[in-house]
Design a protein around this ligand. Structure first.
Ligand code: UT7
Length: 338
């Protein structure tokens, strides 16, 4: 496992979810949709929605604080804070810097990472590289998203899909075999599909004007069918690539966590990989698609439900705007009861 360098082990997880629940039945009163359609086509029953005092930063901070607590570390022990988000607190400064200050992580560097819904997998890859190179010993990796602030609540094809929340992991240098390791990470992109999943305005291409607001260019736009097809192929293929680099077989996997966007996508990835039934974890029924928060929320829930045990091999795959996607193979070590 360690080729002269420490392993990058996940030693703490933390989440934050807004208390406010928006159910499919609530959505029936807002747009022309039905509980039946949403459940059948996506698997989602409800999602969490941030209140006005809850933002990408406040949720990231709470999730980070909880992960730190589970890892039994002090804020000053953090070397780097990475916040994966597509809805940062501000265009700049970074949300990660705000979290660094609020936590009192006085010795840490901090930056945001934007790889849309694949952001958390990308951030795990960066954390692992920092640890393997010796540039950091403790990295706080966060995925935090306030999707409700960028969906068009009049567009039934997107507004039923997304939810808010945050999840965080402590990735720590370790020579203890039992602590587990992020074994391999494979990251990919196809920017020729940028228009398929995009918030067009608010950046340098279309700075905010009265026209961009009137034309709804600050809302998320998605070509659902294109994203669906690409997501299945991409998450399955990179999982295979990451497995190959880990010298593991599909049959070694104990659990698969794919980005929680649509239960039909998750089922199709499982089928494409010919994985046995029941191996794919799903919690999107409760939270919808929380973009870069979806993977850490799923890791946390899977651990709490006893689905993750020390020594298990886990595949984690993410896919989103860019297109950008990736997969990582993790040997699980974290046991919150220790
Ligand atoms: O996080 C980034 C990754 N994102 C994703 O992975 C999302 C990927 N895409 C999807 O999950 C699916 O494509 C959707 C859930 C977005 C859509 O499902 P679909 O089976 O591809 O439906 P569709 O877009 O082909 O629409 C089928 C029908 C359409 O009506 P017609 O044209 O057949 O009359 C839509 O207008 O369903 C209609 N429709 C709805 N009906 C009721 C679309 N949204 C709704 C809705 N309620 N909310």
């Amino acid at each position: 496992m360690n080729k002269g360098h420490p392993a990058a082990a996940i030693t703490g997880l933390g989440i934050y979810l807004p208390a406010k629940i928006l159910s499919n039945h609530d959505l029936e009163k807002m747009v022309d949709t039905s509980d039946e359609w949403i459940k059948q086509r996506t698997g989602i029953s409800q999602r969490r929605i941030a209140e006005s005092h809850e933002t990408t930063f406040t949720m990231a901070y709470e999730a980070g604080k909880n992960a730190l607590k589970m890892a039994k570390l002090r804020p000053e022990e953090i070397d780097l804070v990475i916040c994966a988000t597509l809805i940062p607190e501000h265009p700049f400064p970074s949300t990660a810097s705000l979290v660094q200050a609020a936590l009192g992580a006085t010795k840490a560097g901090a930056f945001d990472l934007e790889a849309a819904c694949a952001g958390f997998v990308y951030a795990l890859g960066v954390a692992r590289a920092f640890i393997h190179s010796g540039m950091a010993r403790v990295v706080l990796v966060i995925g935090s998203e306030t999707m409700s602030r960028v969906v068009d609540w009049e567009d039934r094809s997107t507004c039923v899909l997304f939810g808010d929340g945050a999840g965080a992991a402590i990735v720590q240098a370790s020579f203890d075999e039992k602590a587990g390791a992020i074994l391999e990470v494979a990251l990919k992109s196809d920017g020729s599909k940028a228009d398929c999943l995009i918030i067009p305005a608010g950046g340098s291409r279309y700075p905010t004007t009265e026209n961009t607001v009137r034309d709804k260019l600050h809302f998320l736009r998605m070509n659902g069918a294109e994203v669906f097809k690409a997501a299945v192929r991409a998450m399955a293929d990179t999982t295979l690539e990451a497995l190959k680099h880990s010298d593991l077989q599909l049959s070694d996997l104990n659990l698969m966590i794919a980005h929680q966007a649509n239960s039909r996508i998750i089922d199709a990835v499982q089928k494409r990989l010919e994985l046995p039934d029941g191996i794919s974890y799903q919690n999107l029924e409760r939270y919808g698609n929380t973009s870069s928060a979806s993977i850490p929320l799923a890791l946390y829930d899977a651990m709490q439900e006893g689905r993750l045990k020390q020594g298990m091999y886990l595949a984690v795959a993410g896919f989103g705007g860019g297109f950008s996607w990736g997969a990582t193979i993790i040997k699980w070590g974290l046991n919150p009861e220790n």
